[in-house]
Ligand binder design. Structure first.
Ligand SMILES: [Zn+2]
Length: 214
């Protein structure tokens, strides 16, 4: 069971169709492996359906979003039980496999320094970059900040920074205020789905080189 989750606003924005495709992918892949977020999303989906039924005109996504956000405090006490999707034991969540089938990677895995490798996925989602990243067991991603938002979903292994240790299914969001030096857990390569809006900005000793190749 994941310990790190997207905040409620991201779940609501997904329900209201307000996220770009890359961000929607990483949130939806987390929901697929997280019972807690499945339950919350089901509540938002039923609230959205209720709102659509009560509306005379067809509301736009922004109106649905506002309606859902206004319901946030009252739905939190009353989360109904729903039938959960079966947990996917496969290496990637099915959401990601479906995405890869629809948008096959145009490039193969690229080595980035000695510790990292990355598989670039489809580009062009409102400027977001989407990739699968591998960090060798026990290795460190050099210290960096972010020019924009970064969304990470751990698919295999573990990754630690000052906020804790993320394992399979855990999701974490970082913005420009976060400077961190993530370390992969020992044992197996850490594989993550990473969506960034704006490039990473490496700040450590090898920063200039990594900024150039990343
Ligand atoms: Zn969750």
């Amino acid at each position: 069971m994941p310990s790190f989750h997207p905040d409620e606003t991201l779940l609501i924005e997904l329900t209201a169709g307000q996220l770009d495709q890359a961000t929607a992918l990483v949130i939806a892949a987390h929901i697929e492996v997280c019972e807690e977020c499945q339950k919350k999303s089901a509540v938002y989906a039923s609230l959205a359906a209720e709102f659509l039924e009560q509306s005379d005109d067809t509301p736009c996504g922004e109106e649905i979003l506002q309606a859902l956000l206004s319901k946030l405090p009252e739905q939190q006490q009353n989360t109904p039980k729903i039938k959960l999707m079966p947990h996917q034991e496969d290496f990637y969540p099915q959401t990601l496999n479906d995405f890869l089938a629809a948008f096959p990677p145009q490039k193969s895995w690229q080595q980035v320094g000695g510790s990292l490798r990355q598989l670039p996925l489809a580009k062009g989602f409102n400027g977001a970059t989407c990739k699968i990243m591998g960090v060798k067991a026990g290795h460190t991603i050099p210290k960096h900040t972010h020019k924009g938002d970064e969304f990470v979903l751990v698919l295999q292994g573990g990754l630690s920074d000052h906020r804790g240790t993320l394992r399979r299914g855990d999701f974490i969001y970082s913005d420009a205020t976060v400077e961190h030096t993530p370390v992969a857990e020992m044992g197996e390569e850490c594989i993550c789905l990473v969506v960034t809006h704006g490039k990473l900005k490496f700040t450590g000793a090898f920063g200039r080189v990594l900024n150039w190749i990343s």
